[in-house]
Write a protein that binds this ligand. Structure first.
Ligand code: COI
Length: 364
């Protein structure tokens, strides 16, 4: 099934703005920002009722009131996105590839039988809110403003059916690194994240909830994350819990292909592959046998492994564990491919390098 339809544009409605009485930004220690715990002054909220989007509002960040019968809570009709905005040396705020996230959110919405979000509604709400909260966008190295759009079904009815009421909210939080140190992963041999025909390629909230238990078991053994494998045979590498995974095998960049629709089509993944081609590195998107990675660890053919995701950005992996054996990867330095790619990406994001691919959307 092809799910690339654009959401119908709605008549543009003026956004109602309820400003926070005072800003909390001066209370934030921007040199020590925990990931995802501090929220900016405002949030964007809009409801979908009676087949159309209602009055959009920017309001102070805070609790929302809703019925305990909403179907998001009972049947998991909830989807989200992860995006980032950066502040460059010129003080201007830039959002990274927002239109790709909107497309992916609408693909998730279609798969989960939820309302399509018009691009103009999403972008108008986000950019107006970021203009108001621009002080919240960090300029410290390695920091950014994480943007979390979320949509959930608000139809208050216990029957299992497609909801017809939804709430779309955009929250933002200043963040530092998601993984402050290299990541230790264990190859999952029993549990599964996604099966063919399931929802692994979309950002359904339930994908993350269902992964918590196996991730917890791995964390109890000292690993940071899992390296998921295919649900059928556990023979092929898929993705890590919070990011896509990319390997440097010999001179090539190798990453699992998207064709089975079991892994997320990462925007950071796509950016990394694009930049690697610019460096004349051969890129392969294909099935990757677990065996191939383990052999690569043993022979030294596996030079690097790293995660790629919005929250994680480019996160080097320093240990891969399989069948109870730990394989350590060479340590990363400034010349490692992951470091070079991260620098290229960061320079584009903060306006130090030319935005050749038109990835950055300037706010204001
Ligand atoms: C992201 O990378 O933005 C994600 O959504 C992954 C995770 C933090 C849930």
């Amino acid at each position: 099934m092809e799910m690339t339809e654009r959401a119908p544009e709605l008549r543009r409605m003026e956004i109602e703005v309820i400003k926070a009485a005072f800003s909390r930004v001066d209370d934030v220690d921007f040199d020590n920002i925990p990931f995802g715990k501090i929220f900016s002054d405002h949030m964007f909220v809009v409801d979908f009722l009676e087949n159309e989007w209602m009055q959009p509002t920017i309001m102070p960040y805070g609790n929302l009131e809703m019925s305990p019968a909403i179907s998001a809570l009972h049947y998991g009709q909830a989807i989200f996105e992860g995006m980032k905005a950066y502040k460059g040396a010129d003080g201007r705020v830039r959002i990274f590839r927002p239109f790709d996230n909107i497309k992916r959110m609408n693909k998730s919405a279609e798969r989960m039988c939820m309302a399509q979000i018009p691009e103009s509604l999403f972008m108008d709400g986000l950019t107006q809110m970021l203009s108001m909260d621009s002080e919240w966008v960090p300029s410290q190295q390695g920091c950014s403003l994480y943007i979390r759009p979320v949509m959930f079904a608000t139809t208050a009815e216990i029957k299992v059916k497609t909801a017809d009421q939804f709430k779309f909210v955009i929250l933002t939080c200043p963040v530092g690194p998601y993984y402050p140190h290299p990541v230790k992963v264990v190859i999952e041999e029993h549990y599964s994240r996604a099966a063919e025909g399931g929802v692994g390629s979309v950002k359904a909230a339930g994908n993350y909830g269902a992964a918590l238990y196996p991730a917890k078991l791995a964390q109890e053994k000292g690993f940071d994350q899992l390296l998921w494998t295919d649900a059928k045979d556990h023979k092929y590498i898929e993705e890590s819990g919070t990011m896509n995974v990319i390997f440097v095998l010999g001179n090539k960049l190798v990453t699992p292909s998207l064709e089975k629709n079991t892994i997320l089509s990462g925007i950071t993944r796509d950016s990394v592959l694009t930049l690697a081609k610019e460096l004349d590195i051969e890129v392969e998107e294909r099935k990757i046998l677990v065996e191939e990675i383990i052999d690569g660890c043993k022979t030294g053919e596996l030079k690097e492994a790293f995660g790629a995701g919005t929250a994680a950005t480019i996160a080097p992996i320093d240990l891969i564990s399989y069948e109870g054996i730990d394989f350590y990867l060479p340590s990363v330095d400034a010349n490692s491919i992951s470091s070079v790619l991260l620098k290229m990406l960061t320079d584009i994001r903060v306006g130090k390098s030319a935005d050749t691919y038109d990835w950055m959307h300037l706010v204001g």
